[in-house]
Design a protein around this ligand. Structure first.
Ligand code: NDP
Ligand code: PMR
Length: 386
């Protein structure tokens, strides 16, 4: 029971990070070192794009043996400065088949992380994106388009988890931070970049949004309190403002940071399915979500109490056996981006003990089409698309 007490969200408080993310909201390239990196990496990419032939969509012709080969794909990964995003960026870049656009809120952190992970110069581009600001999302899309790259795959990976927060913090647009960053920022990004994915001549274009087991109440992990639940979405419809309504999607009066995260993951999984229903047939884009395993060592748990951070990895490794390393989780996400056998759309992928992928079942709420439609319509209003 001592273990359970340590692992359950604690009432102990930690310093709040508050509006930090909103404070760094700005355009892409802020400082000299950032500019240098960006320019260097873009110019390499520009050459790669320039060498691709125009006449054969989705293929380039090797000068040596005139055998048709697939051109290098371009994948945008949000939150690629740590954890799963970084591991997937590395895994994809290392294949040589992908150029990775690391869409990150902290440019220097991302640059250090890419270097530290041993990613080859020229295999990636870092662009500023702060999902806690809708202006920043729009700015990112402009910057990306100006860079002239095609978009072949988009991975909505970034997230924050605030299990010990006693009160909500808010995005630049005034929405509760966990749902604002994890869902609303990605919702706008995905909607804007759909056009770009549609224009791509790449044979398999994919839009991937991270889900999680803890947002699915059809699992043991999803039944650990506080349980995810969107209710009738009245809090979201009210704008998640806190002071003049609720900061929680279901309209609860009290704020619960752990539940807000789990709720945001339901939103992620519902959004993927609604995208599939609305756009798959028309565009051929593959929409997918996944639970990559419990990556208990990542920065996601940075705001949790130290005892949790100490016990969580061994607990997941030896007791639940749900633990997965950052490197392994990166390979799993990379598979969903590029594996030719994972082209099915509308799927929530998971992996078994032997690391083989399978189509997993979502909970009733996380697969409710009526809720997905309602979520879509409210989210459109909140991000200024309707
Ligand atoms: P990390 O904390 O390591 O990575 C999260 C990333 O999101 C970081 O790069 C972080 O940037 C970025 N980020 C946070 N806020 C913003 C913002 N406002 N704008 C842009 N980027 C932002 O966590 P994980 O790697 O564990 O999580 C990645 C994904 O995997 C999440 O969607 C999570 O829900 C999902 N997941 C994780 C599981 C796990 O066990 N860890 C299990 C199931 C799903 P910065 O580096 O600047 O902080
Ligand atoms: Mg959970 C049965 C297996 C299992 C799995 C796969 C997870 C994954 N967890 C499991 C079980 C349990 N957890 C049990 C029995 C407990 C009670 C001791 C427990 C507790 C627990 C806590 C307190 N677990 C947690 C927390 C968190 O703060 C994490 C969380 O909810 O983050 C939102 C978490 C997680 N457990 C997982 C996974 C993958 C997480 C975190 C990441 C996520 O959902 O994105």
């Amino acid at each position: 029971m001592a273990l359970q007490a340590a692992l359950l969200p604690s009432a102990l408080s930690v310093p709040k990070k508050g509006h930090l993310a909103a404070a760094v909201k700005d355009t892409a390239f802020l400082t000299v070192p950032q500019k240098k990196l960006q320019v260097a990496s873009l110019s390499v990419r520009a050459q790669a794009v320039a060498t691709a032939p125009v006449a054969t969509p989705g293929a380039s012709t090797s000068t040596k043996d005139s055998k048709k080969t697939l051109r290098q794909g371009v994948v945008v990964i949000t939150g690629a400065s740590s954890g799963l995003g970084l591991a997937a960026a590395k895994a994809l870049a290392e294949t040589g088949k992908w150029h990775v656009v690391m869409a990150c809120r902290d440019f220097l952190k991302a640059a250090k992380a890419a270097k530290g992970a041993g990613m080859a110069e020229g295999s990636y581009t870092i662009m500023h994106l702060d999902l806690a600001s809708l202006d920043s999302v729009r700015q990112f899309v402009d910057n990306f388009r100006r860079a002239g790259m095609p978009l072949d795959s988009l991975v909505c990976n970034a997230a924050i988890y605030r299990p010990t927060a006693r009160s909500p913090t808010f995005t630049a647009d005034g929405y509760e931070m966990s749902v604002g960053v994890n869902h609303l920022g990605h919702f706008l990004l995905a909607r804007l970049l759909l056009d770009d994915l549609q224009k791509s001549d790449y044979p398999s274009r994919r839009l991937i949004i991270l889900g999680s087991i803890t947002g699915n109440t059809n699992t043991l992990a999803g039944n650990i309190p506080p349980k995810a639940g969107l209710g009738d979405l009245r809090g979201l419809a009210g704008g998640l403002r806190g002071q003049n309504g609720s900061a929680m999607i279901d309209g609860s009066e009290s704020f619960d940071g752990a539940k807000a995260y789990k709720d945001s993951k339901i939103c992620n999984m519902l959004t993927m399915q609604e995208l599939h229903r609305r756009y798959h047939e028309e565009t051929g884009i593959t929409f997918a979500s996944l639970y990559p395993g419990c990556i208990a060592t990542t920065g996601l748990f940075r705001e949790h109490i130290p005892l949790f951070r100490l016990l969580f990895p061994p607990f997941q490794k030896f007791i639940t056996k749900g633990f997965v390393s950052e490197a392994e989780s990166g390979k799993r996400l990379a598979q969903v981006v590029s594996d030719p056998s994972l082209t099915k759309s509308g799927v929530y992928w998971s992996w078994n003990k032997d690391s083989a992928s399978f189509e997993n079942q979502l909970s009733q709420e996380a697969s409710d089409p009526e809720k997905a439609r309602k979520l879509w319509e409210i989210s459109e209003k909140l991000v200024g698309l309707a």
